[in-house]
Design a protein around this ligand. Structure first.
Ligand SMILES: *Cc1c(COP(=O)(O)O)cnc(C)c1O
Length: 244
């Protein structure tokens, strides 16, 4: 018998609880983000019916297309609304739309994008949560800002003055490796970077570490993840397209 979405979610939640136990961490210290990219609004509603309230989508346009159905079903309002984070790269010409439809952008990777998102959020009289995406590996295909770059320093210096952005923490995507242990050094690097930045830049509060996907989230939790982004293990496999 095929596993239902509710079964998948229960299994992932159990694995998160196990990883927390192994790492002597409280289970509430890790949030599960369901990555619903490529899946229809109905799948999101089904996951929400199992209690999930945090979702990740990687394309502005794609999420815009699902949003009406989610709003009509009442998922975006009320006392316990679902939150949607953008976890894919945001081109500058999409910054406006991203600031309008997402609760957070987890892929902030330049000062220029920060300025655009801040302006777009200001124009809508809202505050947008952001995570800074860090490129923890030399792999050219990966997005994000380099840990020791002048650009990161400039961003951290200016973010506290951007009144419509609220910085939560850091996010990373390590190179894919079939063996999840190979991702561990990248997860560790992100945690160490957060700790050193927290000491160096007390004006920016970096608490969140968004790291770990379907095949390696247990390792990420051992290394301190506060949010794990899980797609395939919840919704099943996707057609083979890039993150784009
Ligand atoms: C697609 C995606 C995920 C989820 O990947 P799975 O392997 O399906 O769990 C997580 N993070 C980002 C940035 C993604 O693009």
């Amino acid at each position: 018998m095929p596993m239902s979405l509710a079964d998948n979610i229960a299994r992932v939640q159990e694995q998160i609880a196990n990883a927390c136990r192994c790492a002597s961490r409280a289970p509430e210290s890790v949030q599960l983000m369901a990555v619903s990219k490529t899946h229809p609004a109905e799948a999101i509603l089904e996951a929400a019916a199992s209690g999930l309230r945090l979702f990740g989508e990687n394309r502005v346009q794609e999420f815009a297309g699902k949003r009406d159905a989610l709003a009509a079903a009442g998922l975006l309002a009320g006392s316990d609304p679902a939150r949607f984070h953008c976890i894919g790269p945001v081109q500058s010409n999409k910054a406006n739309r991203a600031a309008e439809i997402f609760d957070a952008v987890d892929t902030l990777d330049s000062l220029r994008l920060a300025q655009r998102l801040d302006q777009a959020a200001a124009a809508r009289g809202r505050t947008l949560a952001v995570n800074i995406e860090i490129k923890t590996s030399p792999e050219p295909a990966k997005h994000g800002i380099l840990p020791d770059s002048p650009e990161l320093a400039a961003l951290l210096e200016q973010l506290p003055d951007m009144q419509h952005l609220h910085v939560c923490g850091l996010m990373t995507v390590p190179p894919f490796a079939a063996n999840p242990e190979e991702a561990r050094p990248y997860f560790r690097r992100l945690r160490e970077l957060r700790d050193s930045l927290a000491a160096r830049c007390p004006r920016v509060r970096l608490e969140e570490l968004s790291m770990g996907m379907s095949h390696d989230f247990s390792v990420a939790i051992e290394e301190g993840a506060t949010v794990v982004r899980v797609g395939t293990a919840i919704f099943g496999s996707r057609p083979p397209v890039g993150r784009g």
